[in-house]
Design a protein around this ligand. Structure first.
Ligand code: MG
Ligand code: ZN
Length: 217
């Protein structure tokens, strides 16, 4: 019984996600669904990305949080179109929430829309929102065992950003083990180690974003 209900919800979501995706394609906008735990560095990564890509890649951002508009305020300070979705308790975004937020965004001229999902390593991985790419960010402080414990998020993601590598000297995080575990659950996963604090590795991430966006003139 329960299984049926869940299946129905996911199927209904797939239809709306498909409609969102068509709308993005019609407008020539590449959409990235950015997922990760609370505190992994999603919003900070976005702030760095906006500053770096300002000239080359007009961006807009949808912020997803259970409550508050802290993150949208941080992003809006960088003078790009931003809208906050408050899920009111739900621990992930779905296609419907994203569709309802779109009229609030000035999308003319926008080439890249990044949707920052609710901080959560589990169910955001189950819900498509109409994105072209799923990106996940995890920080070294979360531990090198996470790919094996939360495999779905690693399986569905196209790129994995490993943040806070500047903290490695203080942690027992084993980089080789982490990469090996991640590739075990998703052999195609691109891993980009970065530090938003020192800036290390960020260029690689910016190029990844630019390449995805450029293909969609
Ligand atoms: Mg955030
Ligand atoms: Zn959820």
């Amino acid at each position: 019984m329960e299984v049926k209900v869940v299946k129905h919800i996911l199927e209904a979501n797939e239809r709306i996600a498909y409609q969102n995706r068509n709308l993005f394609d019609d407008r020539g906008i590449v959409v990235v669904n950015l997922m990760g735990s609370p505190g992994a560095g999603k919003t900070t990564l976005l702030e760095r990305s906006i500053e770096a890509l300002k000239e080359s890649t007009p961006m807009a951002v949808i912020e997803g949080d259970i409550t508050s508009s802290y993150d949208a305020e941080r992003i809006a300070a960088h003078a790009i179109p931003t809208v906050q979705i408050n899920t009111g308790g739900a621990c992930h975004l779905d296609g419907n929430m994203v569709r309802d937020a779109l009229p609030e965004l000035a999308l003319d001229g926008v080439r890249l829309l990044v949707v920052e999902n609710v901080g959560n390593l589990v169910c955001p991985a189950e819900f498509n929102i109409g994105e072209h790419h799923k990106a996940m960010i995890i920080s070294t402080t979360e531990g090198d065992d996470k790919p094996g414990k939360y495999p779905l998020m690693f399986q569905v993601s196209h790129v994995l950003i490993l943040n806070k590598i500047d903290l490695l000297p203080h942690l027992s995080f084993d980089m080789e083990r982490f990469k090996e575990e991640a590739r075990k659950v998703n052999p195609k996963l691109t891993v980009i180690p970065i530090s938003c604090t020192t800036g290390e590795g960020l260029e690689t991430w910016f190029r990844w974003l630019e390449e995805r966006t450029r293909g969609k003139a």
